[in-house]
Design a binder for this molecule. Structure first.
Ligand code: UGB
Length: 429
């Protein structure tokens, strides 16, 4: 049959005759197709297996390992304190920004310190590992594990009679909550409850000092923000989970007589900081010659933050630990022995600075002309300004910040240039 003339010159005009290829040709075509698609599929599987896992927002989990005699020995050694009046502190989030600084400060003055961190991939784990090395050199062992791991927490409380818990592990960042809301529930709510549960049944019961946030003030417009102001209008899920943490802490204080102290941190910055924060990634982008985006408020006004230097925050944390009273718990009869301490403090700088001014300071310190794009603040959880009233912390903790933004950023920039220097000069601490 001549198949050449079966195609119509005009579509629809001539119905083409169906072409029936000989049986063996059809089979050859089919099997060729099967072979090609099998090869294609095999290649996909091969490359999938070879490719490294990407840090997707939902995969912040890490492999944790703990337990065994050698592990217990390290825990006990790290928890050793220099005098009977020193504290024994479990620091959660110890390889985080604030956690590292607080752990070192405690260790330096003779307290026993055990760190706990899950080293998740919310931001560069190499930075967390570098902090862990600094801690290790100072004699602080950071246990690799999650605050949601109740067995691990019970084990730690069995091995060490902690007097205090400094709870800093959290899912931080205001804007990231729009990408990965569940990580906030997992760490800031479920993880906190797991920790409180373990603390409540520990013997002795530790006093808990935990990180809250300036973001709980949300849409509050009364300045400066006082602990007495309303905190029921969060602007982000992050803020809502931090506020929930405060309420949960209150319930554990009320029911189980755990001593709890919440610290509302105001935009903490400094050496070894968090790469997801604006001052950090502005520095990175400015040095690369990239544009940075500076938000302004929807009415065209500047956005401002009460930026607080890390050393001041550390003093506030130590003040809170030192003034924390013991948890009162239950008596042997199962009755409350008395109300336990419940406190909340602002730890800010009391000196808000517009973000545009922060950029001016960085421009001067880095000696690079900044390419800035100004745009209205997106509705992403950010608030227009923060400003702390610190009189309560001043009175009860002896808290008094002493570092202005320019001096603090100078120290940050020095650390940044050193840490990320290609020569890797590690005189960064
Ligand atoms: O006090 C807190 O409790 C919180 O502090 C921190 O949040 P924030 O105060 O929002 O800090 P950060 O992100 O550095 O943005 C700083 C400023 O830069 C502006 N900003 C930000 C990004 C950008 O691209 N452009 C910009 O102008 C932005 O609008 C803002 O005005 C912690 O991250 C958070 O975990 C929590 O601890």
């Amino acid at each position: 049959m001549d198949t050449k003339n079966t195609s119509p010159s005009t579509p629809g005009k001539l119905k083409p005759e169906k072409y029936h290829p000989p049986y063996n040709i059809h089979r050859i075509r089919l099997s060729k197709l099967t072979i090609y698609s099998s090869i294609f599929l095999a290649l996909i599987i091969f490359f999938f297996i070879l490719s490294p896992p990407s840090p997707s927002p939902s995969s912040l989990k890490t492999h944790n390992s703990w337990g065994g005699p050698a592990w217990e020995k390290r825990v006990t050694k790290s928890a050793r304190r220099t005098s009977a009046s020193s504290l024994t502190v479990l620091v959660t989030g110890a390889s985080g920004f604030v956690g590292t600084h607080v752990s070192l400060a405690l260790k330096r003055r003779g307290d026993g310190v055990i760190g706990l961190d899950n080293f998740n991939r919310y931001y560069d784990p190499n930075l967390k590992r570098a902090r862990q090395k600094v801690l290790s050199r100072a004699g602080v062992f950071v246990v690799e594990g999650d605050i949601n791991d109740a067995n691990l927490l019970h084990k730690l409380f069995d091995v060490v009679p902690f007097t205090h818990v400094m709870h800093l592990a959290a899912q931080a960042g205001v804007r990231y909550a729009m990408q990965n809301p569940n990580s906030y529930i997992h760490s800031n709510i479920a993880g906190f409850v797991t920790l409180l549960e373990a603390s409540k049944s520990a013997n002795p019961q530790p006093a808990i000092v935990y990180a809250s946030s300036s973001s709980v003030y949300g849409l509050n417009s009364k300045v400066p923000f006082s602990e007495k102001d309303r905190t029921d209008q969060p602007a982000s899920l992050y803020a809502a989970t931090k506020k929930a943490g405060e309420e949960i802490a209150h319930a554990y204080n009320h029911i189980y007589c755990l001593s709890v102290t919440g610290l509302r941190f105001f935009t903490v910055y400094g050496p070894w900081g968090r790469p997801d924060m604006a001052y950090f990634f502005f520095t990175k982008d400015i040095l690369k010659g990239k544009h940075i985006t500076v938000f302004e408020s929807p009415d065209g006004g500047s956005v401002a933050r009460d930026f607080t230097y890390i050393d001041d925050i550390v003093k506030g944390c130590l003040g809170a630990l030192d003034t924390a009273k013991k948890s009162t718990g239950f008596g042997v009869d199962g009755k409350k022995k008395g109300n336990a301490q419940y406190r909340i403090f602002n730890l800010g700088n009391t000196s808000p600075v517009p973000v545009t001014e922060l950029v001016d300071i960085l421009e001067k310190l880095l000696n690079v002309k900044v390419k800035r794009k100004v745009m209205p603040m997106p509705r992403n959880g950010d608030v227009k300004f923060t400003h702390a009233n610190i009189s309560r912390a001043q009175k009860e903790l002896g808290y008094m910040p002493t570092t202005d933004l320019e001096s603090g950023l100078k120290k940050f920039v020095r650390w940044y240039l050193d840490f990320y220097s290609p020569l890797k000069n590690k005189s960064v601490w």
